[in-house]
Design a protein around this ligand. Sequence first.
Ligand SMILES: [Zn+2]
Length: 132
Amino acid sequence: MSDTVRTWRHIQQRYNLIGSKCNTCGEVFFPSRVVCPNCRRKGDLEPFQFSGKGKIYTYSVIRSAPDDFKKSAPYAVAVIELEEGAKLTTQLVDCDVDSLEIGDDVEMVFRRVREDGEDGVISYGYKFKVIK
Ligand SMILES: [Zn+2]
């Protein structure tokens, strides 16, 4: 695989929440995997597009943030259980960190994740927000 293809694939996964699904056992994975941990060599993995909807499985509120994130503190980092079953860790945005509850419905949004000064690198990635 060329670097260009690899990078493109990485971007695709990052922007579209693409993981993989095993056609043998039916389990879905995010990030995507090359080998199904359940089926090993009998596994049959193919790319799988997640809906971007899920629920808060667990979360913690960061009040003492590292320097790069000081401006956004307090913020919540949550493990999201996607509708389709896979779990991922992400930052919750647009929410009152004191009113979060396990089981709250969330959906994926795109946000600027980092900005290093005026001419710095800006990148975007998925985060999740609570739907009430
Ligand atoms: Zn499998």
